[in-house]
Structures are given as structure tokens and as C-alpha cells.
Design a protein around this ligand. Structure first.
Ligand code: PLP
Length: 392
């Protein structure tokens, strides 16, 4: 069977691929510690699970409106007002099957063949492929490690050209955990205000941050950007709900309408029962979030300290999310690895630790460690990495 040419330039997600390899090795009886998965190891909150149970008891078994139930859309609007100071009409928000589908819908709705999308790197693996799938051209602009993996205003300014249709802003970032401060966002907003491209803010890690107060949203900083900005978010990371597959977007109604058309012709509505749970997560009490972030912070500090003490590895302290983008420059030659991807494979075989090489995130000199796993496993996995590298 001949697969379409379009798919030839799209890669399968490398994070999902490593996770699958870890599961495969485990099924074959090997003990493998997984540092690859991009999901909290916490359980979904009890009142959120109860909302899904109630939805089943009520018999919420039918299709809903493509962009979500009125209850979920109200909860999304409430959340955006409460947490981000942004008020949207019902026609300006929609729910999707995870933030990933909102991003897919957005790329399909916005891009014509050859349109460029500026992606600050290191970047989340799926951005570039979602752009390519929509016929667009990813323009990755690498932020320097010295600047905490954050783009400067001048770098953003230089990256936006006449063919730029869209700029992605992801803070806190996957894979680096880089978080822009309010002052830095003000500078980026200043550049965006002078250009006429669209903007997409991917806020899925907005609450998982360790560096003090959350800054105001880019759209609070410059409300004039609203008419050309799409806000994408998800319940996956904030509420430990990755498997429920609910994301959402808010933006200009014409764009939301186009995105709903894409969704209506692909998946239709997200699962009705998961929508009920997501509505409860977004509109109910938020107090379980704080302890989760405190725990992530403890793990971040532990993991960075341990990694920095290992010869050949170094880290930049992440301000948010639950990843460390580890510089492995000093270990590659010793491990006989050409790049971070090869080192990740060696570590899987040699140390029994599954992590993701940096190539698909835009760097051959890094690997990504997810610390969304218990302190006990982090300790054992880091002991194993240290021991394996020391024995080379
Ligand atoms: N955006 C970023 C930066 C992510 O890391 C992810 C998931 O890993 C997503 C969006 C999509 O998450 P979901 O589809 O689970 O909402």
C-alpha cells in the first residue's frame, strides 16, 4: 500500500516512541525506569472523577456540540477570566480532544502552503510536524542555553519575516522548562505589536512553575494582540488528566469557527463524560494544585543537583513544567554516542533508564528528563545513569 507523500515528512512523536520502547522492554522482563513520559504521576482529583461518574449515572452518552457542551464552555470561560483576566464570548472558545487537537485544528485553519511558523527552540516535538501536516514551513529559532533557553526580543524580531503567518509562544516550555518573566513577555509583546502575524500561546504548563508569581498573560499585557491571537490550553498537565483528552482554545470567533469545522470533520466532539470531568476541574476547587507543584519543585531541585554533579552533564535550572533539558556535551564522546538521541538509546540499554534524546526538540547536544515520577525512582534512575557513565 502506498502511503501519502504528505506523511513522508512527518515523524512519529519521539516521546511516545521512547515510552513505547520502555513498555516493550518491561514486557520482555527487563527492569526499566521511565523518565520519558510527559505526564504528571498524580491521580486525577476525586471530585473530578466523581463528575465523570455522575455523568455516566445521568446517561451523558450522546454526541455533544462539536466544540463542547455549554457547561464545559462556561467553565473554560470562567477559568480564562479567573486565572488570566481574559473574558471571551461562548463563540470564542471551544473544547477539543486534548490541547494537541486544538493545535492541529489551529494549524489546519490558519496555514496555507508555504506559510511560515516561527517556533522558538528547543521546542515541543509536535509543533513542527503539526505545521508540516498543514502544508506550512516550521521556522525554528533556537534560544541560547546561556539565556535560559529563552528568545530575546531581538531574536524574535529577526525571526519574523514577510512569510511568517504565526508565532508560537510556549511558557513554561516543554522541553526546557524555560519560563518568561513578565518583563520578558512585555518585550516580546512589543515586537509582536509591530508585526502583523498571528500568535499562538500554548499555556498548558501555566500553573507548573517555581519562580514566584505567574506573570500576566501576554494578552493582558497587550490586549491589542487579542484579535490575532489564539490561546491554547488543556486540563492534561494542570489537573493530572492526560488520559481524559480534553484541551481547549480561545480566540477570534472566525478562527474558532474554522477550527470547529476541522474538528467536526475529523473527531467531532471530545468524549462527553470527559467533558463533564474537565468542567468540574476548571470550575471547582483548585486547592490540590499547590501541593503537586511543591512536590514537582522538590524533585526539580533534587534532579538538577544530582545531574550537575555527574561528570559530563549539566543543567539549566528550569522555571516550570516537569522537564530538565540536560546538556550532555561532556558525555557524548565517552559514551561513543554521536548525539543526544544515541546517548538516550545507550542509556536505555546500559543503565535501564528511558529518556528522550534532544534531536526532535531541536538540539543534538541534549536529552530530556521528565521528573514526573516518584523520588524513589528518580533516585534509582539517577544512580544508574551515574554508575553507567562512571564505568565507561
Ligand atoms: N503543548 C505542549 C507544550 C505539550 O508538552 C503538550 C503535551 O505534552 C501539549 C501541548 C498537548 O497536551 P494534551 O494534548 O495532552 O492536552
Amino acid at each position: 500500500m502506498k502511503i501519502s507523500k504528505r506523511l513522508g515528512s512527518v515523524k512519529p512523536s519521539s516521546t511516545l516512541a521512547v515510552t513505547a520502547k520502555v513498555l516493550e522492554l518491561r514486557a520482555a522482563g527487563r527492569e526499566v525506569i521511565g523518565f520519558a513520559a510527559g505526564e504528571p504521576d498524580f491521580d486525577t482529583w476525586p471530585h473530578v472523577c466523581q463528575a465523570a461518574i455522575d455523568a455516566i449515572a445521568r446517561g451523558d452518552f450522546r454526541y455533544t456540540a462539536v466544540g463542547g457542551t455549554p457547561e464545559l464552555k462556561d467553565a473554560i470561560r470562567l477559568k480564562l477570566e479567573r486565572d488570566n483576566g481574559l473574558s471571551y464570548e461562548a463563540s470564542a472558545v471551544m473544547a477539543s480532544c486534548g490541547g494537541k487537537q486544538a493545535l492541529y485544528n489551529a494549524m489546519q485553519s490558519l496555514l496555507d502552503d508555504g506559510d511560515e511558523v516561527v517556533i522558538p527552540g528547543p521546542y515541543w516535538v509536535s509543533y513542527a510536524d503539526l505545521v508540516v501536516l498543514a502544508g506550512g514551513v516550521p521556522k525554528v529559532v533556537m534560544a541560547s542555553e546561556e539565556n535560559g533557553f529563552k528568545l530575546t526580543a531581538a531574536e524574535l524580531d529577526a525571526a519574523i519575516g514577510p512569510r511568517t503567518k504565526l508565532v508560537i509562544v510556549n511558557s513554561p516550555s516543554n522541553p526546557t522548562g524555560a519560563t518568561y518573566s513578565e518583563a520578558e513577555l512585555v518585550e516580546l509583546a512589543g515586537v509582536l505589536a509591530r508585526k502583523d502575524c498571528c500568535v499562538l500561546t500554548d499555556d498548558v504548563y501555566e500553573f507548573i512553575r517555581y519562580d514566584g508569581d505567574r506573570p500576566r498573560h501576554l494578552l493582558q499585557i497587550d490586549p491589542d494582540l487579542r484579535e490575532r491571537t489564539l490561546v491554547v490550553n488543556s486540563v492534561s498537565k494542570t489537573y493530572a488528566m492526560t488520559g481524559w483528552r480534553i484541551g481547549y482554545a480561545a480566540g477570534p470567533p472566525a478562527l474558532i469557527k474554522a477550527m470547529a469545522t476541522i474538528q467536526g470533520q475529523s473527531t467531532s466532539n471530545p468524549t462527553a463524560i470527559a467533558q463533564a470531568a474537565a468542567a468540574a476541574a476548571l470550575s471547582g476547587p483548585q486547592d490540590e494544585l499547590g501541593p503537586m507543584v511543591v512536590e514537582f519543585r522538590k524533585r526539580r531541585d533534587f534532579v538538577c543537583e544530582r545531574l550537575n554533579a555527574i561528570d559530563g552533564l549539566s543543567t539549566t535550572l528550569p522555571g516550570g513544567a516537569f522537564y530538565v533539558f540536560v546538556n550532555v556535551d561532556g558525555a557524548l564522546a565517552r559514551a561513543g554516542a554521536r548525539d543526544g538521541d544515541e546517548l538516550a538509546l545507550r542509556l536505555l540499554d546500559g543503565a535501564g533508564v528511558g529518556l528522550v534524546g534532544g534531536n526532535d526538540f531541536g538540539s543534538t547536544r541534549h536529552v530530556r528528563i521528565s521528573y514526573a515520577t516518584s523520588m524513589e525512582l528518580l533516585e534509582r534512575g539517577l544512580d544508574s545513569i551515574e554508575g553507567w557513565l562512571a564505568g565507561l
